[in-house]
Design a protein around this ligand. Structure first.
Ligand SMILES: Cc1cn([C@H]2C[C@H](O)[C@@H](COP(=O)(O)OP(=O)(O)OP(=O)(O)O)O2)c(=O)[nH]c1=O
Length: 212
């Protein structure tokens, strides 16, 4: 029987979390190709449209880069974007102490939504997308809790100024949706998208090769 060849996967992300999440399900990208795009929301842009637009733009940058390399024309390209929103209000990605502080004050004692958009480009120009919405409830945070969290530095570069995979887990009273999507990549949906497009990871091939 002809053996399937493993596919080439390009992860269009510089996020160590996304790489670690993929590895958790046995997918190791062949190349990392982060896309530096303008992340300014458009006027009145809805959080879901914003997350999807940014994921598409990141994927497009990596696809164009891959096309320039002849041997990677048939590669799979995976990009994602995670946005925290309170109602229709897009919370910024915390790049400074002040922004992180403002985010935490806004999220304290309320429900918010985490939207993660995933875009996969496959061979022959095929594109598939998913938007995963997760509801997260945070307890009311005291000034002391906010100050201690800010001192930890874990907010740096995180949408909404917190990371559920770290100390902020102690603030989350409820989550409805996908935990991995909050961290940055919805694993169930990503696995479905990739396998539905015919992606075969080298890990799958290795398990096939185990002698009977
Ligand atoms: C809400 C939340 C976000 N995040 C992270 C996931 C994303 O890395 C980041 C949101 O920023 P993104 O713009 O989605 O991603 P990024 O800039 O880190 O990486 P790239 O664009 O290269 O793929 O916030 C957590 O790690 N934990 C959380 O609980």
């Amino acid at each position: 029987m002809a053996r399937a060849r493993n596919s080439i996967l390009i992860l269009a992300s510089g996020s160590p979390r996304r790489l670690a999440l993929l590895e958790q399900i046995g997918i190791v990208p062949d190349h990392i190709s982060p896309a530096d795009i303008d992340e300014t929301p458009e006027r009145k842009e809805r959080p879901s449209a914003y997350a999807m637009r940014l994921a598409r733009e990141k994927a497009d940058v990596a696809v164009n880069r891959a096309r320039a390399m002849l041997n990677q024309r048939d590669a799979y390209v995976l990009a994602a974007d995670t946005v925290v929103a309170v109602g229709r209000r897009i919370m910024p990605k915390a790049e400074s102490f002040d922004v992180a502080q403002a985010c935490l004050k806004s999220l304290s004692g309320r429900n918010h939504t985490v939207l993660t958009a995933v875009v996969v480009h496959g061979p022959r120009g095929r594109v598939r997308e998913r938007l995963v919405e997760t509801r997260v409830k945070m307890k009311r945070l005291s000034d002391r809790e906010i100050a201690d969290y800010l001192a930890s530095g874990e907010w740096d570069g995180k949408a909404g100024g917190y990371a559920i995979q770290g100390r902020a887990a102690a603030f989350v009273t409820q989550i409805v949706g996908s935990y991995s999507a909050v961290v940055g990549l919805p694993l169930y949906e990503t696995a479905q998208l990739l396998s539905g497009m015919g992606y075969v990871s080298s890990g799958d091939l290795m398990s096939e090769e185990v002698p009977a």
